[in-house]
Write a protein that binds this ligand. Structure first.
Ligand SMILES: NC(=O)CCC(=O)C(=O)O
Length: 294
């Protein structure tokens, strides 16, 4: 495959999420159509794109979701999956469907679904690390009051781009081991994080973590936040959706308002950076080995 055919556009849909699920799904569809107009091949929605980011809401907004691979020919009751499938077929894009509260056997998960251009569900990631933090004078949040953690690393493949992309959700990005498994065991050269940082940790850590995951794996990293609500006393998302290249450079970003972020992804950059700074060949496994990396 030529370097040129390995270039494509990635869209991050930084949409405002309200407490109206139907309106949220319509808003997501609008953003996805705009992403198509911008010629995106992959479009990403934010964490909890159809539900307020609030432990009191997750169960009420939850849906049962099928496991991949799930063909488009089968109808499923999930309204969120239906929107993703319809829009993937309409636009011909790969859609990383942010996340949706998923109910299964009475437990609720924070789950991201990825749908291919034919409308098939090709990947599903259940947030692996729950956001339980307590920063004095800042934010206290306890996802584990309402959610159960998933237990696997996720990636999907796009044959026509020779691309494997990893998917994880928000707080997952604080765990370098998960990104390492996606990049080094699952061969991902793009890591995608639907996420919703906040006004305490957002300014301190959001960009730093995205760039760190890009640098320590020499991969592209894309993180998509909801837009920040300007009223109400609910969770205030940091916004600042961004795409970072394997050199650690921010190649596209926005601030806190609703916005469609479009990045040109040149996959050849991964090999260029790895050739220039060959850390993957310089690891000292005789000195350190993570047990699960065998
Ligand atoms: N939704 C989340 O997981 C928030 C993560 C976050 O804000 C952090 O600081 O980490």
């Amino acid at each position: 495959m030529s370097a040129e055919s390995q270039a494509f556009k990635l869209a991050l849909c930084q949409m405002l999420v309200t407490d109206d699920k139907t309106a949220n799904l319509e808003k997501a569809a609008d953003f996805l159509r705009r992403a198509k107009q911008a010629d995106a091949k992959i479009a990403v929605l934010p964490e909890c794109f159809q539900c307020p980011y609030d432990t009191a809401c997750f169960r009420a907004y939850s849906e049962t979701l099928p496991d991949p691979p799930y063909p488009v020919s089968k109808q499923h009751e999930s309204p969120s999956l239906k929107v993703l499938q319809d829009l993937a077929q309409e636009t011909g894009m790969y859609i990383v469907g942010g996340s949706v509260p998923e109910i299964s056997e009475g437990k609720v998960y924070n789950t991201s679904m990825t749908v291919s251009p034919t409308g098939g569900l090709i990947a599903k990631h259940r947030k692996t690390h729950l956001f339980d933090i307590d920063v004095p004078g800042g934010i206290k949040f306890k996802e584990s009051d309402a959610l159960t953690a998933g237990d696997s690393a996720t990636a999907f493949h796009i044959p026509e781009l020779s691309l494997t992309a990893g998917v994880a959700i928000c707080y997952d990005m604080r765990f370098p081991e998960l990104a390492m498994v996606q990049a080094r065991q699952l061969n991902a050269s793009l890591l995608i994080y639907p996420g919703a940082f906040n006004l305490t940790t957002g300014p301190a850590h959001w960009e730093l973590l995205i760039r760190a995951r890009a640098l320590d794996n020499q991969v592209f990293v894309a993180a998509c936040s909801p837009a920040r609500a300007t009223s109400g006393d609910g969770y205030k998302a940091w916004g600042h959706s961004m795409v970072v290249d394997p050199w650690g450079k921010v190649v596209a970003s926005t601030e806190e308002k609703e916005s469609l972020v479009i990045a040109d992804i040149h996959l050849s950059r991964v090999e260029q950076v790895r050739k220039a700074i060959p850390t993957s060949k310089q690891r000292r496994r005789d000195v350190y080995t993570l047990e699960y990396l065998k």
